[in-house]
Design a protein around this ligand. Structure first.
Ligand code: GAR
Length: 222
């Protein structure tokens, strides 16, 4: 099993509770990797304070400082590449990324979304779920591809939807599961347990199927 200590950067736009949950599991020794930077598009993101408290460098790449999406994304790529991370973690990063950036980190960029994808992609997923009337909701951690909220699924966790729920109540219930699912997905990545075949993500058994571990369509995942 590949247990070499790796590095990751986190992109977050707001509160950063997922970022915190990931840091907590790193600090508890459950993820064999370290966070080398927080990168945010929002100079007011509370995630910045969390990074400060954890001694993690912060880079603000604010969308409005750039004339267009292309130059914004070039700056974002430079900010990420400065750290040469094994993994890019989108933890409440609220911008849709273009093809240049997504293809650059194919197989090593993951996102969390507060629905059981492919249901309810896009914004306000929890409200969408309540309005639709589903009885089960949840969260999805997935590899990022060019299509929004549509990449290969790593982990999903479900919660019930109760009569009387609104978007906020459901969001809180889902968030609790996000804080379990996201660190677990990152742990699996850094312990070399994930492999991708087409759009299927498998969790390999290092004893029974060592040849699959850490492969992306047959190539090394990181
Ligand atoms: C989380 O619920 C996450 O799933 C969602 O934003 C929230 C961020 O919370 N992400 C998306 O909707 C991405 N499409 P946090 O800042 O406390 O981690």
């Amino acid at each position: 099993m590949n247990e070499k200590k790796g590095t990751f950067v986190v992109l977050a736009s707001g509160r950063g509770s997922n970022f915190q949950a990931i840091l907590d599991q790193v600090n508890a020794g459950n993820i064999p990797a370290s966070c080398c930077a927080l990168i945010t598009d929002n100079p007011d993101a509370y995630a910045i304070e969390r990074a400060g408290a954890a001694g993690i460098p912060v880079q603000v790449v604010a969308f409005r400082s750039f004339p267009d999406k292309g130059s914004y994304e070039s700056a974002l790529i430079s900010a990420i590449d400065l750290y040469n991370p094994d993994l890019v973690v989108l933890a409440g990063y609220m911008r849709i990324l273009g093809n240049a950036i997504v293809s650059r980190y194919a197989g090593r960029m993951i996102n969390i979304h507060p629905s059981l994808l492919p249901a309810f992609p896009g914004l306000h997923a929890q409200e969408q779920a309540v309005r639709y009337g589903v009885k089960v909701a949840g969260c999805t951690v997935h590899f990022v591809t060019e299509d929004m909220d549509a990449g290969p699924v790593i982990i999903q966790r479900s919660v019930p939807v109760f009569a009387g729920d609104d978007g906020a109540l459901l969001a809180e219930r889902i968030l609790h599961e996000e804080h379990i699912a996201f660190p677990e997905a990152i742990r699996l990545f850094f312990t070399g347990r994930l492999y991708i075949e087409g759009r299927i993500v498998g969790i390999c058994d290092p004893d029974a199927t060592p040849d699959l571990c850490g492969r992306h369509n047959g190539e090394e995942l990181r």
